[in-house]
Design a protein around this ligand. Structure first.
Ligand code: CAA
Length: 240
């Protein structure tokens, strides 16, 4: 039987593509989602991937959710921290709530999920963790001090945990997607998005599958020598 893989924010957008790719490669995939029940039901009915609802920003909810997954499906050996939100606003208009929601959902979530799986991975001597960062965590982005800080934090988190996991067979890597064709990017004002696309050398938005294939590469059993790295998948928009 394939390894159990948990993908947070796995029922839509990039997360959905990651689930489908992992399933196609023989993993036993479990998706987490936070709010959109209708999308999650439709996703599970279409793919056969079970979807577990819990708020990744809530430490206790994550602990309970992962305990349930491990009881019902099996020990999580592959973890993809993909769940993320935007609350874009320039600093002078940003509320504390917009800051806090993004930091907790995008960054504290990585602590919450990793904390719940790390003991088991250490005991079994194997683990694959992939954290989804962002081009905007590498380069910054007008209107995103919250998001850029959280995503930048993910890149530091990845390198620190990679050092801790290395001797225990646990690899920890990040992917920094550029602008990918999802609901999140479609919410950017059209005149702003047009200018962004004009700056992508490949000349198009990314596809969720562009990110999914990178996840597959990083989580493979054979990828044990790749850890602490960030793979940029951005059509050449930012060469870091
Ligand atoms: N650089 C410089 N100036 C900019 C700018 C930029 N990137 N974007 C906007 N401005 C300027 C505008 O030209 C405008 O200037 P003028 O008043 O002189 O014309 C001024 O800032 C105000 O712009 P808006 O009218 O858009 O102001 P707003 O308050 O209504 O909105 C905003 C500001 C929320 C930042 C909005 O511009 C926005 O949503 N921008 C998109 C931000 C973005 O790229 N988010 C990424 C989301 S996708 C994602 O995050 C996924 C991922 O990982 C890549």
């Amino acid at each position: 039987m394939g390894r159990v893989a948990l993908v947070t924010g796995g029922t839509r957008g990039i997360g959905e593509a990651i689930c489908v790719a992992l399933q196609g490669a023989g993993y036993r995939v479990v998706a987490n989602y936070g709010g959109n029940d209708a999308a999650a039901q439709e996703f599970s009915a279409r793919t056969g991937v079970p979807a577990y609802k819990f708020d990744v920003s809530d430490f206790d909810a994550v602990a309970a959710g992962i305990t349930q997954i491990e009881r019902e499906v099996g020990a999580v050996e592959v973890l993809v921290n993909n769940a993320g939100i935007t609350r874009d606003s320039t600093m002078h208009k940003m509320s504390y709530q917009q800051w806090e929601q993004v930091i907790h959902t995008n960054l504290t979530s990585c602590f919450n999920t990793c904390r719940a799986v790390i003991d088991g991975m250490r005991e079994r001597g194997f683990g694959r963790i992939v954290n989804i960062g962002s081009i905007n965590g590498q380069a910054g982005q007008y209107g995103q001090v919250n998001y850029a800080a959280a995503k930048s934090g993910i890149h530091g988190f990845t390198k620190a945990l990679a050092q801790e996991g290395a001797a225990k067979g646990i690899t920890v890597n990040a992917i920094a997607p550029g602008y990918v064709d999802t609901d999140m990017v479609r919410a950017v004002p059209p005149q702003v998005l047009e200018k962004i696309i004009a700056r992508i050398p490949v000349g198009r938005l990314g596809k969720p599958e562009d990110i999914a294939r990178t996840v597959l590469f990083l989580v493979a059993d054979e990828a044990g020598f790749i850890t602490g790295s960030t793979v940029s998948v951005n059509g050449g928009q930012h060469m870091y």
